[in-house]
Write a protein that binds this ligand. Structure first.
Ligand SMILES: Nc1ncnc2c1ncn2[C@@H]1O[C@H](COP(=O)(O)OP(=O)(O)OP(=O)(O)O)[C@@H](O)[C@H]1O
Ligand SMILES: [Mg+2]
Length: 251
């Protein structure tokens, strides 16, 4: 079953030319798809449109069988913002992570259970009463992910989820997302993370989808990667056995 269907979608900012045009894409329930593209390609713009924050310029977004209308709050979708400061707005961490579940009209015990689980999963237990502006950069990022988890959405839109994370937290995030059964679109410049989490990847550049296929195939295509400002991830770069020298270095 499809959780997300984009049909001939054009996205962009009011008063400006479209950033991406004629996008068509289907995401099956529980599947994880990577979204790769250079700075300014339109990853964040696309996420804002799917989440209903920004109106589509043309075409349609359907989530869980229902068209998305801009401004309408859809409980099936959770967006983890690229900039944590754009997402966190409550005085303390616990209030921020509780805000969404409480607005779903859940009972207090259910809100507490969800929030406790999300904070624990994101390594934030013990920081509940910390003002959000006193969290470190990586803690803020994890707070955003906790807020999305606590919503138990069907579709997660993760915009640069590993940015600002140290290696241990990045590894923890990969494990956490691997174990989740929600459908995810993951925009990231961390191509190793995309490779680990997403069997399928889409490359966007210059207003359109340039590649759409199995991650190892797409991300391993040196010519394609170079044409769109990317590099083949290190783990897909062929190596000589001795001395760890690369068979083919990226130019
Ligand atoms: N509020 C805005 N008003 C007008 N143009 C904007 C606005 N926000 C972003 N843009 C423009 O839209 C285009 C796409 O930006 P977007 O943030 O979606 O790119 P991105 O793929 O997420 O890039 P990055 O990898 O740097 O996060 C860029 O040209 C950007 O300058
Ligand atoms: Mg972005």
């Amino acid at each position: 079953m499809s959780v997300l269907v984009l049909d001939s979608l054009s996205v962009g900012w009011p008063g400006h030319a479209p950033v991406l045009e004629h996008l068509s894409l289907t995401l099956q329930t529980g599947s994880r798809v990577g979204l790769v593209g250079p700075n300014g390609a339109g990853k964040t713009t696309l996420f804002h449109t799917i989440a209903g924050v920004l109106p589509a310029q043309a075409g349609t977004v359907v989530v869980s069988g229902r068209p998305v209308r801009a401004g309408e709050f859809r409980t099936e979708t959770a967006l983890v913002f690229q900039q944590a400061e754009d997402q966190l707005f409550c005085p303390t961490l616990i209030e921020d992570v509780s805000f969404g579940p409480r607005n779903l009209g859940l009972s207090e015990p259910e809100v507490n259970a969800r929030v406790g689980h999300a904070l624990e999963a994101c390594g934030l237990a013990g920081l509940e009463n910390r003002p959000v502006h006193h969290l470190s950069g990586g803690e803020k990022r994890r707070a955003c992910i906790a807020g999305a988890l606590a919503m138990q959405p069907e579709l997660m839109l993760l915009d640069e989820p590993s940015s600002a994370l140290d290696m241990r937290q990045r590894r923890r995030l990969i494990k956490l997302l691997t174990d989740m059964d929600q459908a995810m679109l993951i925009a990231s410049h961390d191509l190793e993370l995309v490779l680990e989490l997403c069997p399928h990847v889409i490359v966007i550049d210059q207003g359109r989808i340039c590649a759409d296929g199995p991650s190892r195939e797409v991300l391993g295509d040196a010519a394609l990667m170079q044409a769109h400002g990317q590099e083949v991830p290190h783990s897909l770069t062929p190596h000589h056995d001795a001395g760890h020298s690369h068979v083919k270095n990226c130019p």
